[in-house]
Structures are given as C-alpha cells and as structure tokens.
Design a protein around this ligand. Sequence first.
Ligand SMILES: [Zn+2]
Length: 509
Amino acid sequence: MEYFCYCRKSSESSEKQALSLPAQERELKEYAAENSLKIARIIKESKSARKPGQRDGFNELIENIKKGHCKRVLIWHTNRLSRNPQESGIIMQLLTDGKLLEIRTRYRSITNENANDILLGVEFGSNAQYSRELSINTKRGLREKRKRGEWCSYAPAFYINMGTEKGKKNIAPNPKTSKFYVRLVDEIISNRLNLVQAVNLLYEWDVKTRRGKHFVKSELHRLLRKPSYCGYFEDVNDESDKGKWEPLITKQKWLELQEVLDDDSKPYQSRHYHPFKGIMKCPRCGCAITAYTKYKNDKPYTYYCCTKRRGKCDNKPIRAEDLEDQFVGHISKISLSKKYLEILKEKTRKQLEVDFSQECDRREEIENQLSDTLQKLDKILSMRIEGELTKDEYLDQKEILNKRVSELEELRGDVKYNRDDVRESLELFYEQCFGLQEVFSNGTLEEKRKIVMSISEGLTLDDKEVGWNFKEPWSHMVSVESAIENENWGGRRDSNPQPPVPQTGALTN
Ligand SMILES: [Zn+2]
C-alpha cells in the first residue's frame, strides 16, 4: 500500500510538538520500513496550521487526494494535518467520501470504517483553538487570568497616572476632567450626537487635551472607541482583559456608545444593542440581516430583518425573542448534560486506550534505545581510556551518540504527550458543550453573540426561519446523546454492521 507522508513543523516556537522535520521524516520512514509500507511521496513544510489556507504543502496533499493520486496518508500526529476547523472539515469529508482511505500515525490507523466522527473532528483541532474561540465559559475557569491589571503606559485622556513604584503604577480618573467624559458619553447616547456635535460640546465646556488644545474629530473618535474607559485593555468580551483601574462608564454603556458610533450616519436607529446583527444573511437578496427596535406604548420591540441594501426584498422580519428561541433550539442539539458529559469522557478515555494501544510499546522501544545509546556512550569512553580509540575517533562517536540521545529524549517527550494531549483537547471541548444551552439562555447579549458566532457559520434568515449550520467540530456533537443511548457512539463503525454471529446458546435453549 502506498502512502503520502506529510511532515509539518510550525514556525511558531510556542507549539508543543517540537519534533523537527528531519526527525518526523526519519520516524515515518522507519515506521514504513518496519511495516512494509511504501512511501510514494513526502511533503514537508514549516507552517502553522492554526489558520486555514496558509499551507502550500497541505493544499498539494489535498489536491492529490482529490485527484485520486493519494489514498493513504502517513503522519506523525493527527495535529500535523490540521489545527483549524475548516481544514479538519476538508479531511473529514474526504474520509467520509472514501477518497481518503486511511490516515495512519505510528500508533493507530484511522480509516473510513473506524473513524469516530466526534473524536476525530475534535482531535484535529487543538485545545487552544477551541478555548480561544469559545472563551465565554468564564465561570468554569477555562480562561487564564491575565496577570497584569495595571495600565503600564501614559494615561489616556480624562485619566491621570498614579504611583511611581514598580508594579504599583496605575491610572485613576482625572478629578478635574473625568466627569466631562461621562457627561459627553451620556449626551452622545441619549441625543444620538455625531462626532462634530460631540467635539462642539467639549468646546462649549472648554475641555481641552493634555497639551491644552481643543479636541479634533478624529482624536475624539479614537478615544471614544477605547475600551479602557470601561475598564478593559482591548477586548471587552474577554474578562481576562479587564484592568484594575477605576472605569468611568460601565461596559454596557460603552457598548451602547459603540453602537451610536457605528450608526453615526443613521441617526434614527435605536440605541439598543442588537447581538445578532450582521451575522446572518438574507438568502433572497444576499444582504446582511440587521435589527431595529420599535416602540409601542413605550415598550420596545426588536426585529431582525434584511437590510435591503440591494433594493426591494420581501423577506419578513422576525421578533428578536423568536429568533433567540430558534437559536436555543439549535444550541440545545449540542448541549451536553452532566450525565452525558461524564459518559462521553469515559467512553473517550476507553476508546483512546484502544486507539493508542501501540503507544506503550513504542514508548518502551524508545526507552530501550535510549538506554542502549547511553551504554554505548559509556563503552566508547572506556575504549578511549583503554586506548582502543583515538581522540578524534572518540569525539566523532561521542557526537553521533549524543545527538541520538537528544533525539530519543525528544521522541520520548512527544510520545508521552500524544494520547494525553488528545484526551485533554477532547475533554476541554466537551466541557464547552456542557450546559451550553443554559449558558446561552442566561448569558449576556455579548455572550450570546459570541456563542452563536463560535459554533455556527453561514447563517441565513428566511421568512422568520433561521438556516443554521454548525461549524466544525461542533457539528459532530449533534445528537451525540441519542447516539450514546443507542450504543451508536462509535460513529461510522456501527453504520457498517457485521452480520450477527449466531449464538450457540440460543440453539441449545
Ligand atoms: Zn433580502
């Protein structure tokens, strides 16, 4: 059987799998020789796989699979192939379509028959990828707290620098001017002021920059966009990005302000935050779906509808509540209960033990080689002492053996990392599906937006009906609970059932 080898080493130094390209190649060649596999081609590249569409070598491999030149792939670890949902999806699809027959690593062979959609789909990614995408589950401690909470540079306008001692520096509201910022934001939000009006207001109040000049439009705009005024460094959706200084306004107010700035040209738009604005498309005319809020008897009613930027469109608007209900319905499909979370973890652990059963053998083998090599090092030293080797011979041998030792140590680390890494990624992913429906229902508007954006793609809205698509790998979690109930968890393994073995006991009864 012929295999295409694919070796990848990230250019990012942060990547855990640091096995070098030559080491990966040698490992694969060795493995192929041991198992009488024929290598048709070796594709190598130094590129990160975190973002899709960046790898020429990967594209070359996919082209070859599509054209039927390559049916089997030999790799060091599944995460060499892909670390992003999109390209993982491509591989999964090729496997499903039967264009790709096998993905082989040193420890296991993934084929069309035994591929477990859930495991594989998630495994292709990396925990970092998903945890970054869905950083909403703050309460569960999925986020690492940013250690610094202090403003390190020059204070922004309306603030002053505080403290001189290292580590105790921060910023505080400027007692003279900060109240003007608060007033200005209030005025902008309640009166839908545009930037010119806002600048004029500061002029009226005689509020000036630190250098004693009047604010200009562009400067004020930049300033109003800065989340530091509601207490964040950069990302208001990331709690770990929160600073320790005193904010001038709340996050909610800051977000409202952003809406006004966004809609500067549309003064009649409501001042409500519409979380699902711009994430759906109208399938009828291709325009984005926007939102507006109407008042009836002083009560606000929010609707989502087509922007109709390309002219007439008869797509009907939907009430925000109805839209959210539909979202809840879709999210519930991948939302895991505690019971199934535990079952899934247990099943995964067992499955990975089977899948990685050769891992232990390999680890032992590396240990043996390592001790052999260390013994050889001892031996040449005694040979040198006995005068059986010249100094040059000794140094040559020593260098070769030392190199082998460090390679083996590297390998040992990598092997150890393999299964645990996969299990960790999977568990982290399951954790994110745990109670996701409740997380969504009880979440803030930004959290809701973040969840929808993280797990779905290509959303449409047509006549009050959401067209929903799960992103990889979330799609694999759809109805996983019922699959477990029906003992169908093995993915495709069971869609290809063996004829039942006749039970001898049944006959004797
Ligand atoms: Zn439309």
